[in-house]
Design a protein around this ligand. Structure first.
Ligand code: SF4
Ligand code: SF4
Length: 394
């Protein structure tokens, strides 16, 4: 295992993500504890020191499990990261929140009450890394709330020694959301966790997000490095191109080496479900092996060939003439995400507001006539409307 640093803390370049632990089939909340413990023990004995969980993973059971699993190890032999679930909260008033999803929550649904409960569940006195979960356009209302004071609260916990390093994760649609949050809280966060892989480099503007984070001198922690497994199984034609250069390497190894080539990446999290997966990943992280120029070019070609996307550049020329005032480039970005299997892009356009509802398109064609990319926008709106009417389950 090789190591990198986040604000002076030595971290393993491969981190153990605890959101895809082995579970009883069909029951995501029922972790198969003996199998999961084997994976944690393998990680601990092979140099992985970074363990990432969150309030919501496995319906709240991930925190409980990792607390149990790491209890037998000295506290200073592992680094534990968890996340404050502001992205799934609505405010009730009086500093109290409740959850938007099915989680029951705790009796004390205050910011402090939730934090203390997380420490208890994880059986620790402090978190090495603590993140605000998914700072995005949708959750800013909670994270910027004057009464809840979430950022002030976590800063105070850091001053008290209950948090060693602060960060946030983000599935923001726009890199500027991350940039602005870092600017607003300059000096507060040591790292940002983003979805980063060679496909999302362009598809979700992970490049823009990576550069925005690096600009602030903040480190990057990677999630979805193999895109929920999608990049572990490439079409035969793409795999053949990779094998022509390195006959023995798996698609996963290519994806992880692509990440190793990015200097600001500190930890690559992998939600490892089986011993085989962790063994392969540990081997890949024995030492960094950045891609050669030839390999990097090939990866770009492979990514391009997999991108079944509408080539919108976000120029916004189409917006002005739309009689329905639709946010056309944003709708196309969501369409591209859904089409490429990104479940985070599934959304309810009714919740997003009228400007994000493709079904409101009247097919006038005013947009297509000004689009420099020649995109048949009404056709995209029609197809997206159909897809949203019967979305595949994430
Ligand atoms: S075709 Fe649809 S998206 Fe394009 S301008 Fe007309 S209403 Fe707006
Ligand atoms: S004019 Fe075309 S390329 Fe520009 S934002 Fe609209 S759809 Fe995208």
């Amino acid at each position: 295992m090789y190591y990198k640093e986040i604000a002076g803390q030595k971290v393993s370049a491969l981190g153990m993500g605890n959101m895809r632990l082995p579970t009883v089939e069909g029951h995501d909340n029922q972790i198969v504890k003996d199998k999961a413990q084997e994976i944690i023990d393998y990680a601990m004995s092979h140099g992985i020191n970074y363990y990432d969980t969150a309030y919501r993973y496995h319906g709240g059971e991930s925190e409980r499990f990792i607390g149990e699993a790491l209890k037998k190890y000295p506290r200073d032999s592992f680094l534990l990261a968890s996340k404050f679930p502001g992205h799934m909260m609505v405010k009730k008033g009086g500093g109290v929140v409740h959850f938007t999803s099915g989680l029951a929550g705790w009796p004390d649904n205050t910011v402090g009450g939730i934090f203390e409960e997380q420490l208890k569940k994880c059986q620790v006195d402090y978190f090495d890394f603590y993140l605000l979960h998914n700072v995005s356009e949708k959750s800013l209302e909670i994270y910027n709330d004057e009464e809840l004071q979430v950022v002030e609260f976590v800063k105070k916990q850091k001053a008290l020694g209950k948090i060693r390093h602060l960060g946030f994760s983000s599935h923001a649609s726009s890199a500027s959301t991350i940039d602005e949050f870092l600017t607003k809280h300059e000096g507060t966060f040591d790292f940002v966790q983003i979805q980063l892989n060679y496909l999302d480099w362009t598809l979700q503007d992970a490049k823009g997000k990576y550069e925005a984070i690096a600009k602030h001198g903040v480190k990057v922690v990677v999630m979805e490095g193999i895109r929920g497994g999608r990049l572990a199984r490439l079409p035969d034609e793409q795999m053949a191109r990779l094998r022509a250069l390195r006959p023995d390497d798996s698609a996963t190894r290519w994806a992880l080496r692509w990440l190793q080539s990015l200097p600001e990446v500190a930890v690559v999290l992998s939600g490892m479900t089986t011993l085989e997966q962790i063994k392969e990943n540990v081997e890949t992280f024995a030492a960094p092996e950045a891609l050669s120029k030839e390999e990097a070019e090939l990866m770009t070609k492979v990514a391009d060939s997999m991108l079944d996307i509408v080539p919108c550049t976000g120029c916004r020329y189409c917006i002005e003439g739309c009689p329905m005032e639709l946010e056309i480039p944003k709708i196309i970005a969501a369409y591209n995400g859904v089409k490429n299997g990104d479940f985070m892009a599934f959304y309810n356009p009714d919740e997003e507001g009228e400007v994000m509802a493709p079904k409101r398109c009247v097919g006038c064609g005013a947009c297509t006539s000004v689009c420099p990319q020649g995109i048949d926008i009404p056709a995209v709106m029609a197809e997206f409307t159909k897809m949203l009417a019967a979305p595949p389950h994430p």
